[in-house]
Every structure is written in structure tokens, then in C-alpha cells.
Design a protein around this ligand. Structure first.
Ligand code: HEC
Length: 194
């Protein structure tokens, strides 16, 4: 009986330390200007917090929706509602800087982690925080759309894996408005291993 009790204790300790490990698995996301830790789960709307893509992203800081054609229409939709007024319809820049070229005020925006942090927590002046009103899953789709708008040199697209770089085509607005969007709308928005 004693042994059984001990085992239970060990199991309990293991369970506690494993859940601590799981909690640690989330990356530390930081505000682009202040460096303060962003409170992702406290601030993000409840809806869209626990999709497979969000879970994967919070652990790896790599956006699983990058290059998933079927997710682009939703990403575009979200971008047009929340961002295009300041950054232009195709990220060409207006009141806010261009998001479709190789130049970034904050070089960390070259990474998915950095881009997410800037969108979630905001930067300076008119670039306010968007984490409180955009669903996390929607932010990831929007980020994939922003990456898709890239017309810069693919060499600089450090957020892409090598196979993604090989398949990359600079954004072509006419092709998208023509057949591209309709094709994408037919494809599934699904990440690998989903
Ligand atoms: C009210 C206008 C406004 C809106 C709306 C807005 N932004 Fe911005 N954004 C700006 C301004 C101005 C800056 C420059 C801020 C700075 O340099 O700190 C900026 C900066 C950025 C940057 C950093 C660019 C760089 O070169 O490093 C990113 C990324 C960005 N915005 C993405 C977005 C996304 C995505 C949305 C939609 C969720 C959005 N913004 C909505 C005005 C806006």
C-alpha cells in the first residue's frame, strides 16, 4: 500500500511538472517598443484562441498559415477591415509604412514572431494595439496575407522556408483579382497535421 501511495505521489508530481512544461512551451512575445511581455491569452478575444494554428504558433512562433492558399481570402478580408485604411489596399503604404517591400522600420517584423508582436501590441503613434479586438486565428491569417502581398526580393523573405521560397511569386494584384482569389476560395484553409 505504501508503494502504491508513493507511486501516486510521483505521478502527481510528474503531472504537475508536465503541465508546467506545457505552460513554458509558449514563446515569450514582447511589445515592439517597450519590450514588455504581451499578455496574449488575457487580452485576445476568447473566440479563435485555441485553433490548431494558434496553438502551433504560440509554441513555435512560426505562422502555419504562411503560403496556405485557402487561408488567403479570410486574411485579405481581415486586413481590408483593420489595416488597409492606413497601410494601403495591397500594403503599398499610406499614412502607415508599406508592408509589401523589403524595408521594415523594425527589422524584427521580418519574422512571424515580430510581425505578430507589432500587430498585437502596436508600435508608435497611430499604430495602436490590435490584439484586443482581433481574434488570434484571424491575426495569423492576416499575417499570411501580408506576407503574400510581398513584391520585394524573395531572398529577403526570411519568414519563408526554402521550399516556400522556391514556390514564391511576387504579388500580382491583377492575377489575384482575376482567377487567383476565386481559386483560393475553393481551396481549404488547413494547416499540415491539422
Ligand atoms: C490608424 C492607422 C493605422 C492602422 C489602422 C494600422 N496601422 Fe500599422 N502602422 C501605422 C503607422 C503610422 C505605423 C508606423 C509606426 C512606427 O513606426 O512605430 C505603422 C506600423 C506598422 C508596422 C511596422 C512596419 C515596419 O516597417 O516595421 C506593421 C507591421 C503594421 N503597422 C501592421 C499593421 C496591421 C497588420 C494593421 C491592421 C491590423 C495595422 N498596421 C493597422 C498606422 C496604422
Amino acid at each position: 500500500m505504501k508503494i502504491l501511495k508513493l507511486n501516486r505521489g510521483v505521478v502527481a508530481i510528474l503531472a504537475v511538472s508536465m503541465s508546467a512544461l506545457a505552460a513554458n512551451a509558449q514563446q515569450n512575445f514582447q511589445h515592439t517598443i517597450t519590450g514588455e511581455t504581451l499578455k496574449i491569452m488575457e487580452e485576445a478575444p476568447e473566440k479563435g484562441r485555441d485553433t490548431p494554428a494558434v496553438k502551433k504558433f504560440l509554441e513555435t512562433a512560426v505562422n502555419p498559415y504562411n503560403g496556405v492558399i485557402g487561408c488567403l481570402p479570410k486574411g485579405e478580408e481581415a486586413y481590408l477591415v483593420a489595416c488597409s485604411g492606413c497601410h494601403g489596399h495591397v500594403g503599398e503604404g499610406k499614412l502607415g509604412p508599406g508592408l509589401n517591400d523589403g524595408y521594415w522600420t523594425y527589422p524584427k517584423n521580418l519574422t512571424d514572431k515580430g510581425l505578430f508582436e507589432t500587430i498585437f501590441g502596436g508600435a508608435q503613434g497611430m499604430m495602436g494595439p490590435h490584439g484586443g479586438h482581433l481574434e488570434l486565428d484571424e491575426v495569423l491569417k492576416m499575417m499570411a496575407w501580408i506576407r503574400n502581398l510581398n513584391t520585394g526580393d524573395v531572398k529577403d523573405a526570411s519568414w519563408l522556408s526554402e521550399p516556400q521560397k522556391a514556390a514564391f511569386k511576387p504579388f500580382d494584384s491583377k492575377a489575384w483579382e482575376g482567377a487567383g482569389k476565386a481559386e483560393a476560395a475553393k481551396a481549404e484553409c488547413k494547416i499540415s497535421g491539422d
